[in-house]
Design a protein around this ligand. Structure first.
Ligand SMILES: [Zn+2]
Length: 466
């Protein structure tokens, strides 16, 4: 495998070389649960999902961690207004987020990490930064990272360190710091705000330190990929690098992966702009989740994606073509020799698909290769040049490519129930042992469960009975 990705750190396209051979460790900045996530947020989560799926398809083991920020300034602002506990306020948003993840067939991540469950790790990280002289305490118990101790600050975002953090964001973090550029690691306790008693005293974590502590808790001090929306490059990810590397003395992340904004009527989709569209409301209006997934992955992650109803319609018809082919293959019966050129067609498709995705997840040519294949198979179905066994082989091949894309019909995602899987394995073993009576008996038993088994040159294939 030679997946090349655009690393925001340095701005070059680089080959991914996992620190541990065969195992990629990735962290994606997840939602802040003070309201429902919108479609724009899910574009960034789908980038992580595509990386994970593609790496797994390429034979890698992937540990994918995503955080759920369930305490931060905005949540606390809403908390005061709502008169609820932190859990009461965030629980419905977390449930909705998990539902949306499932509907869009994202992950699930190997670990979904909640900020409020990692407060001790965050406090310990802050403590280490104090001990190493990178952080200081203000009168109200807040603790700041001292940027003047970290000359590399601004490398990711390519900022002049002297200029960094001058502007509107300063006020939000301003609890009495020495330098306007310094950022809050820890916020001192305030009446009416949630507070934890920790090694650095009472209070609550700053947002940036949450991601550093949670990623390192699950993935170690150095890991391979960190992803998020492009708006997180500065200050969030810049701050993550500074505080993590200052604490551990080790490089934090190999590849920083950022996805461009989703545009809605010419401006970034954002709660603050007020032009958001939610996954759940789209689905309630009858939009297919698979079409929505298709729209959100079909444009290269670094290109701005213009969200419009027109793209949903186009995605819907692409998905219909895929479904129609699956249906045609399932119904196809032709007692004739196998198509001698089918193997070459599939090999060429696979090579083209892989070459496109290896090239910085270049999704458009990968989808073009898939739809060229679909067109060619439809031609062969019409010309009846495929055998019944060929149709099964093509179905399996499409299922395999769809492990990366996740846009196929529902049955693609559903494997066999474990008990039926065992029957299928037993039948394969019986055939290897040339025990035809047992093989036939197992075929009948599977048929009683609605599973049709066919024997091909490549072994047995199964499909659900019509
Ligand atoms: Zn983050």
């Amino acid at each position: 495998m030679s997946l090349r990705l655009t690393n925001t750190l340095g701005g070059k396209v680089e080959e991914l070389a996992p620190l541990e051979p065969g195992h990629v460790r990735m962290y994606s900045c997840g939602p802040t649960v003070y309201g429902p996530s919108h479609v724009g947020n899910f574009r960034a989560f789908l980038l992580g999902d595509l990386v994970k799926r593609y790496l797994e398809w390429s034979g890698y083991r992937v540990t994918w961690v995503m955080n759920i920020t369930d305490v931060d300034d905005r949540i606390i602002r809403d908390l005061a207004a709502a008169g609820e506990t932190l859990d009461e306020l965030t629980a419905p948003h977390i449930a909705r987020f998990l539902k949306d993840l499932g509907d869009l067939r994202i992950g699930p991540p190997t670990v979904l990490s909640r900020a409020t469950e990692h407060i001790p790790e965050m406090a310990e990280l802050v403590q280490t930064l104090i001990e190493k002289g990178h952080a200081y305490r203000a009168d109200d118990g807040s603790i700041f990272f001292r940027i003047s101790t970290w000359p590399a600050y601004g490398t990711l975002a390519r900022l002049d360190p002297q200029q960094a953090r001058v502007g509107e964001r300063v006020a939000a973090d301003d609890y009495g710091k020495d330098d306007a550029r310094d950022f809050a690691l820890w916020k001192g306790p305030k009446a009416g705000e949630p507070s934890w008693d920790t090694v650095v005293g009472p209070g609550r974590p700053g947002w940036h330190v949450e991601c550093s502590a949670m990623s390192m808790a699950h993935l170690g001090p150095s890991f391979d990929i960190h992803s998020g929306g492009v708006d997180l490059v500065f200050p969030h990810h810049e701050d993550e690098i500074a505080q993590s590397e200052a604490a551990t003395g080790q490089p934090f992340v190999g590849t920083w992966l950022h996805c461009a904004h989703l545009q809605m009527a010419g401006s970034k989709m954002a709660r603050s702009v007020g032009n958001i569209e939610r996954v759940s409301s789209l689905l309630e209006r009858g939009v297919s989740a698979r079409a929505l997934r298709y729209v959100l992955i079909a444009v290269h992650y670094r290109a701005a994606l213009n969200y419009a109803d027109a793209s949903l319609t186009a995605a819907g018809s692409a998905i219909e073509r895929l479904d129609a082919l699956f249906a045609a293959l399932a119904a196809y019966r032709e007692d004739r020799p196998d198509d001698p050129r089918l193997a070459d067609l599939m090999a060429g498709t696979r090579t083209g698909f892989e070459a496109a995705l290896d090239d910085d997840l270049n999704i458009a040519p990968a989808l073009a290769v898939l739809f060229d294949f679909i067109r060619e198979v439809n031609r062969r179905i019409d010309a009846r040049t495929l055998s019944t066994a060929d149709a099964g082989i093509v179905t399996s091949f499409l299922h395999d490519l769809d492990r990366v894309l996740g846009i196929g019909p529902d049955s693609v995602e559903e494997g066999l129930a474990p008990d039926l899987e065992l029957l299928l394995e037993a039948r394969a073993a019986a055939r290897t042992a040339r025990n035809w009576a047992e093989s036939d008996r197992l075929r009948d038993e599977l048929a009683q469960h609605g599973i049709v088994v066919e024997d091909t040159r490549d072994g047995q294939r199964w499909r659900r009975a019509d």
